[in-house]
Design a protein around this ligand. Structure first.
Ligand code: HAM
Length: 421
């Protein structure tokens, strides 16, 4: 029979790697609560229109990368390609904005995009992200970026990553820019691809995101969005930059950074890493002041970011961070079947007292069990042989030092409390 394997672009995360994942997840939880953010979990699939209305019909994500299907009742459904839109949907659906003027949320979970798999790019990948609703002020932008910076610092990755920053202005600014961009492109429109020509009518700003070299060349002399900033846009962007400077968060201004999703306004940013190769974005985000309204809620400004967990893990590995060592503390060696009830009872007692205990379910020889204890790097072995069963004692072997002593079974927990880890 042919063997069933993972689907292209999806990966198993195996036991040797999950330690590193848990380590990263713990940092996300800790830093989340340090900044007063609470976790939100939303379903993995949603109505397709949630993404087409928010991420945008003309984006690569919606136009060609979504896993979508028609449900039996005819509803169009999609595996989430990102989590900002679902979080906004949930924010509106549960009126989260009414319970507090600022809502601070974070998430961890799988996302799906049917892209061409390569290093750092999967079809099922995991994102963690932070979203803050309620404030349009630049200090909120600075806080969101500071969270990303803090996570990178905690992982000692801040030195090897670069923060790129841009502002794509407010709605008014972009309306004026849109017209100017069309004027600029119009004389050469016939040299653009079909998709770019379509975008010319629907969303000309997307053309700036083109990967085609000849289109990039034509666009070199295109007007810059910064020429169209309103006074408030200028003030906002300058304030964000000032706040980052006082927090000692280094950044570089990248006027070409537009991001691949349509919901952004004003601040957009990305952290990139050289380690990642072509897919160098470790984390990306920005402000989305109109998104809650677009999806049917009351006007509520928002800003956030999301990061690719697989890309984080890759950079952590490359930077030489070891996965944590085996945490086995006690290996329980039992010589025969008669000892099993005692072994199971004592193991449970030890676990109830907070110690990690592993035992052998294969009934192997004592020698084989001791070998296993060493292989697992256990700190102590507890040995229950015939004599110990008879005398209600147990041998405790310190596997680091090699000492072995006999203690009363009734004294076991008490004894461990005096031992160092
Ligand atoms: P995004 O830039 O599309 O933004 O994705 C964020 C991050 O997810 C990327 O920087 C990258 O690390 C990771 N990523 C994206 N696609 C893949 C893939 N195919 N394989 C592996 N990793 C991938 C968003 O998703 C926005 N929702 C971010 C945001 C949150 N903006 C505001 N709030």
């Amino acid at each position: 029979m042919s063997q069933v394997r993972t689907i292209r672009g999806t990966h198993d995360i195996l036991p040797g790697e999950t330690d590193r994942w848990q380590f990263l997840e713990k940092i996300i939880y800790d830093i989340g609560s340090m900044f007063g953010y609470q976790e939100i979990r939303t379903p993995i699939f949603e109505e397709t229109k949630l993404f087409s209305r928010s991420v945008g019909e003309d984006t690569d994500i919606v136009s060609k990368e979504m896993y979508s299907w028609k449900d039996r009742d005819g509803t169009d459904l999609t595996l989430r390609p990102e989590l900002t839109a679902p979080v906004v949907r949930s924010f509106i659906q549960h009126s989260l904005g009414t319970s507090a003027p600022v809502q601070r949320l974070y998430y961890i979970g799988p996302s799906f995009r049917r892209e061409r798999p390569q290093k750092g790019r999967q079809r099922q990948f995991h994102q963690f992200g932070f979203e803050a609703f309620g404030s349009g002020n630049p200090e909120q932008d600075a806080e969101i970026i500071a969270i990303a910076w803090q996570i990178l610092s905690e992982l000692k990755l801040n030195e090897s990553t670069a923060l790129q920053l841009n502002s794509i202005g407010s709605k008014d600014c972009r309306m004026a820019y849109r017209e100017a961009l069309k004027e600029f492109i119009r004389p050469n429109l016939d040299q653009f691809s079909e998709i770019s020509r379509k975008r010319f009518n629907t969303n000309p700003l997307r053309i700036m995101d083109t990967k085609a070299a000849h289109e990039k060349k034509i666009l070199e002399g295109a007007p810059s969005i910064s020429e169209f900033y309103t006074d408030e846009d200028k003030w906002h962007f300058e304030s964000v930059q000032n706040f980052l400077s006082v927090m000692n968060i280094p950044f570089s201004f990248n006027p070409g950074l537009v991001r691949g999703l349509d919901y952004y306004t004003r601040t957009v940013f990305e952290f990139t890493s050289d380690v990642l190769g072509a897919q160098d974005a470790l984390l990306g985000g920005g402000r989305y002041d109109n998104l809650v309204e677009t999806l049917g809620g009351r006007y509520t400004p928002g800003i956030g970011f999301a990061a690719g967990m697989e890309r984080f893990i890759m950079v952590m590995k490359e930077s030489g961070q070891k996965s944590s060592e085996s945490k086995t503390f006690i290996y329980f060696v039992c010589s025969n079947e008669e000892g099993l009830p005692t072994a199971l009872a004592l193991s449970n007692e030890l676990r109830n007292a907070g110690y990690s205990v592993i035992s052998d379910p294969l009934r192997r020889s004592m020698k084989a069990q001791m070998r296993e204890a060493n292989k697992l790097n256990a700190r102590y072995a507890l040995i229950l042989g015939n004599t110990e069963i008879e005398q209600n004692t147990i041998q405790l072997k310190d596997l680091k030092i090699g000492d072995q002593i006999s203690i009363a079974q009734s004294d076991l927990i008490h004894h461990f409390q005096h031992l160092t880890k």
